[in-house]
Design a binder for this molecule. Structure first.
Ligand SMILES: [Zn+2]
Length: 244
């Protein structure tokens, strides 16, 4: 293939544009903002779980307290009934039995009330847990909001850079002969780099130093001859820096 050396040199601009597009794509996939966001999402899940756990503990305690209050009420009702019976006057044996029962009921009620008090103290502590875990969850949600903004800003910047490079690419493709572009794209698809400068006897794509035979061939080839690196296949553009 024969292409004017000045046009061949434009191929280096295309290769540089593609390299920059590759770097942009790499940055897009490895944004530190994305990693920060994924860490925050893990924290968010943990904090949601903590809220659910604390709220469940609270509702369990509420259920326990309700049961306890119901027990206290029924003991109280029984006490009241016994007291009325006692007041109505009963034969001696029944009276004594009733008095015993009242004592037992009284002790039972005290115990239940103590338990209820303890439940209420525990409830206070668990309620504080609920509030604390909810506040932590809110803080994480806010952090995620901010991290989303930072990620969006970073992506917008990359989009702008990419759009500029895409334009450059379009323009270069318009300038270069179709046959050369086809070869360039084929090599690029296979090797990642389509064209490079031969600089100081080294291929700019695979970085290998060319041997004397290869260098002699490159030196002897006509200036408009399109040459390739025998190591990596990249189109080699010869310039004054090539060391030939
Ligand atoms: Zn090479």
């Amino acid at each position: 293939m024969k292409v004017d050396p000045a046009v061949q040199a434009r191929l280096l601009d295309l290769a540089e544009t593609d390299a920059e597009l590759g770097r942009i794509e790499h940055r897009r996939r490895n944004l530190p903002e994305l990693e920060a966001l994924s860490e925050l999402e893990t924290t968010l899940r943990e904090r949601r779980d903590a809220v659910i756990k604390a709220e469940t503990a609270l509702s369990d305690l509420d259920a326990d307290s309700a049961r306890q209050e119901k027990d206290i009420d029924s003991v109280r009702a029984r006490e009241e009934r016994d007291r009325k019976l006692l007041d109505s006057g009963l034969p001696g044996k029944q009276q004594t039995d009733l008095e015993h029962e009242l004592e037992t009921l009284h002790r039972r009620q005290s115990a239940l009330e103590d338990d209820l008090l303890e439940l209420m103290e525990r409830r206070e502590a668990v309620e504080a847990d609920v509030k604390h875990s909810q506040a932590q969850l809110t803080a994480t949600e806010e952090d995620i909001g901010k991290a989303n903004e930072r990620r969006d800003t970073a992506l917008e910047e990359l989009d702008t850079k990419q759009a500029r490079r895409d334009e450059d690419r379009e323009q270069l493709l318009g300038e270069l002969p179709a046959e050369l572009v086809t070869l360039y794209e084929k090599v690029r698809a296979q090797r990642g780099i389509g064209a490079a400068m031969l600089r100081a006897k080294r291929c700019g794509a695979c970085r290998l130093e060319l041997d004397r035979t290869a260098l002699a061939e490159l030196r002897d080839a006509a200036a408009d001859q399109v040459c390739r690196c025998e190591e990596c296949g990249a189109i080699l553009v010869r310039t004054k820096e090539s060391g030939l």
